[in-house]
Design a binder for this molecule. Structure first.
Ligand code: HEM
Length: 483
């Protein structure tokens, strides 16, 4: 009888807890403990989100465990929330495992606050000073593009899996930006660092992070999330050493990289400001985490589609050859004369759909959207891929077609539904950097190589592997020198 009584209380507790607040966005009935989790296919949960949005409309809610989450679909609603009501939708969720690991510092997961705003402003300004629009950032990316081509040259006439190469190149650009130097791709230490980032991300996005969130006391047991802490510690240790070295060698007024700039900012600000050593370390790790998979997965999608759509690849090469002629290097300014290449890059971002659910937001105040009431602290999922595939927003929503970004005169145009970097106050901080990387690296590769689908490559598969950052399935890149 006692067991039945407890079970009854338990179920009643969840049923009461799982009552949607008054005038909350509608959605499916949740189960105790799991909420609506069981109705999502782990291989492709996006299909279920599409189904729910057809049933309940562009704003609906689901329960992740005991927590209600509001899903925003379609570019209009996403922009209305993230841009028109920007400040009210700019919070971040309080994720127990991340808070324990980062001690609430850094940038990506920091709540909407003065500390977040100061760090975001500082990082954006510093990135710009290092050459978004100026020469030095461009030179750093072009140098990396040269190394990418040297590696590809070794496989000319053959094929290779480009995953590590693009990943290392994207990491190296972040290294150059924050440490002032790059690593050799074969460098064992570099590989250990990259491995730590990859393992950390894998664990953070897996089920163990969710279990930790529900029962943080489990952290004392030898379970897999201990490994997340271990990998994060390795990264912190490395970065602390580099920061110490920078402190020894920095020259006032001559910042070499983001670390030097941050150290100068620390000096300028009064003691007790949020600019301190601990925040610097987590900020740098955040930039690695945010800037590596995203860019390298996009490059992989690009080369996959160019191999399987040879007429599009040839069109790009004609445009590149015509604009650059015998000039040695491409420059970022050249993009204005290359509307077709621009369209191809944007189209690859659209179909590659790298961050389908953005980074989850929370509401910072009680607010309203489309007549629904959303209390402060509610988890918000901007379902970015719904906009990237929205039927009435694109000429060819379901195929890879650069015409989606070209008008009748062949000029490059960017539809409002193109929001792979999200929108509003929390829009991707690395958008400018990522755009520059994609353009310079792609043009450098296509000038030197023809990309071909290898004879033994099987049937091309363009489907994506679902994740918080999605990617194309592994494939081999066939490389031929263009003479
Ligand atoms: C945040 C996409 C490259 C740094 C984000 C968000 C998305 C995104 C969707 C979440 C925005 C939101 O919360 O609404 C992408 C894509 C990239 C890319 C598609 C490449 C193709 C980069 C790069 C960097 C970077 C290269 C490195 C500098 C960040 C940071 C944030 C962020 C720091 C957190 C911003 C904040 O919370 O204020 N990115 N990103 N990203 N991204 Fe990117």
């Amino acid at each position: 009888t006692l067991v039945l009584l407890w079970l009854g209380i338990f179920i009643l507790y969840f049923l009461v807890k799982l009552q949607r607040p008054k005038n909350f966005p509608p959605g499916p009935v949740p189960l105790p403990l799991f909420g609506n989790l069981l109705q999502f296919d782990s291989e492709n949960p996006l299909k279920e989100l599409d189904r729910l949005s057809r049933r309940y409309g562009s704003v609906f809610s689901v329960y992740l465990g005991g927590r209600p989450v509001v899903v925003l679909t379609g570019q209009e609603v996403i922009r209305e929330a993230l841009v028109t009501h920007g400040a009210e939708f700019a919070g971040r969720a309080n994720h127990t495992m991340i808070s324990h690991i980062t001690a609430g510092k850094g940038l990506i997961m920091v709540d909407y606050s003065t500390r977040w705003r100061d760090h975001r402003r500082f990082t954006l300004t510093t990135l710009r000073n290092f050459g978004l629009g100026k020469q030095s950032m461009e030179e750093r990316i072009l140098e990396e593009a040269k190394h990418v081509c040297t590696s590809l040259e070794q496989h000319a006439g053959n094929s290779m899996n480009p995953q590590h190469l693009f990943h290392h190149a994207a990491s190296n650009i972040i290294c150059s930006l924050i440490f002032g130097s790059r690593f050799d791709y074969e460098d064992k230490y570099f590989q250990t660092l990259i491995n730590s980032i990859e393992e950390f991300i894998k664990l953070m996005l897996g089920p163990w992070a969710m279990i930790y969130d529900i029962a943080p006391a489990l952290r004392f047991l030898p379970l897999p999330f201990r490994s997340s802490f271990h990998h994060y510690e390795l990264l912190k240790e490395h970065i602390r050493k580099v920061v110490a070295e920078h402190k020894r060698s920095q020259v006032a007024g001559e910042p070499r990289d983001l670390i030097d700039s941050y150290l100068e900012e620390m000096e300028k600000r009064a003691e007790g400001s949020s600019f301190d050593d601990a925040n610097l370390v987590i900020l740098l790790i955040d930039l690695f985490i945010a800037g590596t998979d995203t860019t390298s997965n996009t490059l992989r999608t690009l080369t996959l589609y160019l191999m399987t759509h040879t007429h599009i690849q040839e069109h790009c090469q004609q445009e590149i050859d015509m604009v650059l002629g015998s000039r040695e290097h491409v420059s970022y300014e050249d993009r204005h004369a290359m509307p077709y290449v621009q369209a191809v890059i944007h189209e690859a971002q659209r179909v590659g759909d790298v961050v389908p659910l953005s980074v989850f937001h929370t509401t910072t105040a009680n607010t309203q959207i489309r007549g629904y009431s959303i209390p402060k602290g509610t988890l918000i999922v901007p379902y970015l891929s719904s906009a990237l595939r929205e039927k009435d927003q694109w000429k060819f929503p379901d195929e890879f077609n650069p015409q989606n970004f070209l008008n009748d005169k062949g000029e490059f145009v960017k539809p409002d539904a193109f929001i792979p970097f999200s929108a509003g106050p929390r829009v991707c901080l690395g958008e400018g950097l990522a755009r520059m990387e994609l353009f310079l690296i792609l043009v450098t590769i296509l000038r030197r190589f023809r990309l071909v689908w290898p004879e033994d490559g099987g049937v091309p598969d363009h489907s994506l592997i679902f994740g918080m950052t999605q990617s194309a399935r592994p494939y081999r890149l066939g490389i031929r020198s263009r003479t």
